[in-house]
Design a protein around this ligand. Structure first.
Ligand SMILES: [Zn+2]
Length: 451
């Protein structure tokens, strides 16, 4: 009976709902389910064509890009390869703030206003058009179907601060529209509340869980501790997003709920960037998103090297995101996934919203300046840098065999060279780096052991 209901929602009610909202997500999802099997070269050709169309449109209808392209003497019709994109500057948060109106297409209607917490406490305001909403909804829908879960299947969502719950982000647009979707507020996690959550999940028997890895693993731990069985509910998959997923969290969630864990990467600003398939790879939504990885000087890095993730969203003509700097650190992979999809892969997301580090004299620098110091020391497996204040930076480090005094001196000296000699550097050797709750990534950077 459940399947009949899911088919009704997925095949009729949701499509009807989307049509009323003037969204094209049903059509887009069907198209994405075809293109995901294209050979990589064919996907690149599709990207180049869509990119050219986006830039031609921006040149005609988006004042910011009209004047930028004129200044650069850039002719969108001449774009032939993805690397031609490198002729354009990056779009960072301060540029968006300074050009909020000029970034809107003169043809845009029905733009939705969003905001996201900024690394320096200043929120970023931006706009998303219907086309982009449809594409982000469709991309998520495709990813859930990779795991045998469809819109209309019962789902438990563990999410959000009260502020986030009050806004209309794209994740919520997807989720709120799902019938049979139940929300558990992740910001209140007392033992009493968690027991209530566990009872709710048992009663609801979801096919899928969705939430922060920290929240889901926290709930799972509590179930184990109190002896509440959760593995027999028929949960198919736990979708996690918004934070780095640690191996021990993956194991905890998987063993307690008796399901697999699927990692997702994206944001309200940057879109639905990548999602894990059942074969274990993070596939980029390449039909809609071009991902570049850059070093602190803005040079594009080859596959396998860690740098800041920069995205171009190809369905963003109402408010273009072209070479948008996410502030996240990741590594691209040139391998093909054994699942057979031609969509390119992100190997690791090393840090999320890595933000900026502020030196003692007030100089703002990218978190990579410090990440690179630790990344290049092979004895270090994982680390976390927490800038507590301008005077104090703490570094938590996980190693196989411990650090020597010479290692500690080397790290301290390198950090002081960048942050200033008046700064105290505290180095702590730990067995694991604890996860952060979402929204507390300020001055926190971390690294994953290369796999
Ligand atoms: Zn795959």
């Amino acid at each position: 009976m459940l399947n009949v209901y899911t088919r009704l929602v997925s095949g009729m009610l949701f499509p009807l709902h989307e049509r009323l909202k003037q969204h094209t997500s049903v059509k887009v999802r069907k198209s994405l389910e075809a293109t995901q099997w294209f050979l990589p070269e064919k996907i690149v050709r599709l990207q180049v064509e869509r990119l050219r169309q986006l830039l031609i449109y921006a040149n005609t209808h988006v004042p910011y890009y009209q004047s930028l392209f004129t200044c650069l003497n850039f002719q969108p019709v001449t774009l032939n390869t993805l690397s031609d994109l490198q002729r354009l500057p990056f779009l960072d948060k301060s540029t968006i703030r300074a050009n909020l109106e000029a970034l809107k297409s003169d043809q845009a209607h029905g733009l939705a206003r969003f905001n996201t917490g900024g690394s320096n406490g200043e929120p970023l305001v931006f706009f998303i058009g219907r086309e982009r909403v449809s594409h982000d909804v469709a991309a998520k829908w495709r990813a859930t179907r990779w795991w045998g879960v469809d819109i209309g299947d019962p789902e438990i969502v563990v999410w959000g601060s009260p502020i986030e719950l009050g806004t209309q982000d794209t994740v919520r647009v997807v989720r709120d529209r799902l019938f049979r979707s139940k929300l558990l507020p992740a910001f209140e996690m007392s033992d009493e509340k968690i027991v209530h959550f566990l009872e709710t999940i048992r009663k609801f028997r979801p096919k899928m869980l969705f939430g922060y890895p920290s929240a889901l693993s926290h709930i799972a731990k509590h179930a184990d501790k109190t002896g509440i069985k959760m593995h027999d509910l028929g949960i198919q998959v736990a979708f996690v997003t918004s934070e780095r997923l640690y191996d021990e969290q993956r194991q905890q969630i998987s063993s307690t709920f008796g399901c697999r864990v699927a990692n997702g990467y994206g944001g309200r600003d940057a879109g639905f960037i990548a999602h894990e398939c059942p074969a274990g790879s993070m596939h980029i939504t390449a039909e809609d998103v071009i991902v570049e990885v850059i070093d602190p000087q803005g040079n594009v890095l080859p596959y396998g090297e860690a740098g800041e993730i920069v995205v171009t969203h190809l369905a963003s003509k109402d408010f273009p995101f072209i070479r948008y700097k996410t502030g996240d650190i990741g590594v691209l992979d040139d391998k093909l996934c054994e699942c057979g999809r031609g969509l390119p892969l992100i190997k690791e997301i090393q840090g999320r919203s890595t933000d900026f580090i502020v030196a003692y004299d007030g100089t703002v620098m990218h978190g990579l300046a410090l990440i690179y110091i630790l990344r290049d020391m092979p004895q270090i497996k994982t680390f976390k840098i927490i800038q507590e204040s301008l005077e104090l930076t703490r570094v938590q480090i996980v190693t196989e065999a411990g650090l020597s005094q010479a290692d500690i001196d080397q790290i301290t000296a390198a950090f002081k060279a960048r942050l200033g000699h008046g700064v105290t550097i505290e180095i702590e050797q730990v067995t694991a780096v604890p996860a952060e709750k979402s929204g507390k990534f300020r001055y926190v950077v971390s690294k994953v052991a290369a796999t």
